[in-house]
Design a protein around this ligand. Structure first.
Ligand SMILES: Cc1cc2nc3c(=O)[nH]c(=O)nc-3n(C[C@H](O)[C@H](O)[C@H](O)COP(=O)(O)O)c2cc1C
Length: 357
């Protein structure tokens, strides 16, 4: 989660609990002194440091998220691969050339993030034809996610684009590739997954894993300021809104005075120092999204706003990553037990479904 929401502290805490901890690379170097004169190097430097810190703090699996829409996308991907990162996740555009940045390093896994079966198929075909590389997994992100969304605004509430449906589309799209090349392509579901019961539901629907953002914001280890986390805790259902991001995509965020001023036309175009996002029309856009998100991550919400998933209003307080993951696991086990009771009365229960604990 960017900008500077998920860095080494959150990523290592998640990895220490057996999850995959992900460092967001978008604008990661924005607080460096030389950022406006040395955008590429400053970002690479901070990314390197964050990966090294995370690896010192955890021997678990650490990934990075690199958005295709970033103007320094290739530099960030190459830097992470040089640092022997375990996984590069890449979305916000089609990561058609991601395998090109591998440097003979066979350790790093490459995982596209998509919002449709069609996109998954295009990427897989392109990677295989051009680079002889089969995606190591696919994340499918549905319309309830936080941050930028890969849907047209009018489709966000359309049931045709529900995560449940997209997940089965992506699984179907990957099947022929997995069969032809005899390599499993796990599909990971993301967007609006909040409880262990949700996790159970998506695994039952065929997902091999889930990606969660919003719930991990309100952890002690999340790298954002306490004020950023507090906006989640204080938010009400109606505060979670869809905005038109300068990036050219819709985004989900928590409404505040800053966003109201944007919509009331009170913000004016600014001078862009680095043109960090390829698709940002910085000459006409009323604010810099990189600055706004950085301000928010530092707790300055008068000059920025928080991206958040549709369920952010359900967060009630801070917790630790360990406690959160344990409670998700407990709920997950509970969902299995309930299913057994509903579907398998005592005398019919098949052995392999017995769960203890
Ligand atoms: C604060 C925030 C920042 C995010 N930043 C990014 C990002 O930089 N790149 C990206 O691919 N996804 C980003 N996302 C999406 C998350 O990685 C994740 O897929 C999504 O939020 C999952 O839905 P959930 O928040 O309902 O669990 C962000 C989400 C949030 C809440």
């Amino acid at each position: 989660m960017g900008v500077r929401i998920s860095l080494s502290e959150l990523a290592s805490a998640v990895a220490n609990e057996g999850g995959i901890g992900v460092i967001a690379t978008a604008g990661i170097g924005i607080l460096e002194k030389d950022i406006s004169t040395n955008w590429i190097e400053a970002n690479n430097r901070v990314l390197r440091n964050e990966i090294r810190k995370a690896k010192k703090l955890s021997r678990g699996i650490i990934g990075v998220n690199v958005m295709v829409a970033l103007s320094n996308y290739a530099d960030l991907a190459k830097t992470a691969i040089e640092e022997n990162i375990d996984i590069v996740f890449s979305g916000a555009g089609l990561p058609l050339h991601l395998p090109q940045y591998l440097n003979g390093n066979t350790h790093t896994k490459l995982v596209p993030i998509v919002s449709s079966g069609r996109a998954a198929k295009i990427i897989a075909k392109n990677w295989i034809d051009k680079y002889n590389y089969i995606p190591d997994a696919i994340v499918v992100e549905g319309p309830l996610a936080g941050g930028h969304l890969g849907f047209k605004i009018e489709n966000i509430e359309n049931p045709e684009y529900k995560l449940e449906k997209l997940l089965s589309e992506v699984i179907e799209a990957m099947k022929p590739f997995a069969e032809k090349y005899n390599k499993p392509i796990p599909v990971i579901a993301a967007g609006g997954i909040y409880t262990g019961i949700d996790i159970y539901k998506f695994l039952e629907l065929g997902a091999s894993g889930v990606q969660m953002g919003t719930r991990f914001v309100v952890t002690n280890e999340c790298d954002a300021s306490i004020k950023f986390k507090q906006t989640y805790i204080d938010s009400e259902k109606e505060d979670i809104i869809i905005i038109k991001s300068p990036v050219g995509m819709p985004g989900r965020a928590i409404n505040n005075c800053f966003l109201e001023e944007v919509y009331n036309g009170k913000k004016k175009p600014f001078k862009c120092p680095y043109h960090c996002i390829i698709t940002c029309d910085y000459k006409t856009t009323p604010y810099c999204i990189a600055f706004a998100l950085t301000n928010a991550s530092k707790g300055n919400l008068e000059h920025g706003f928080a991206f958040a998933g549709k369920n952010a209003y359900r967060t009630k307080g801070l917790t630790s990553v360990k406690h959160l993951i344990n409670s998700l696991l407990e709920e997950y086990k509970q969902a299995i037990r309930i299913r057994q009771i509903v579907f398998y009365p005592m005398f019919q229960r098949p052995n392999e479904l017995y769960v203890t604990g």
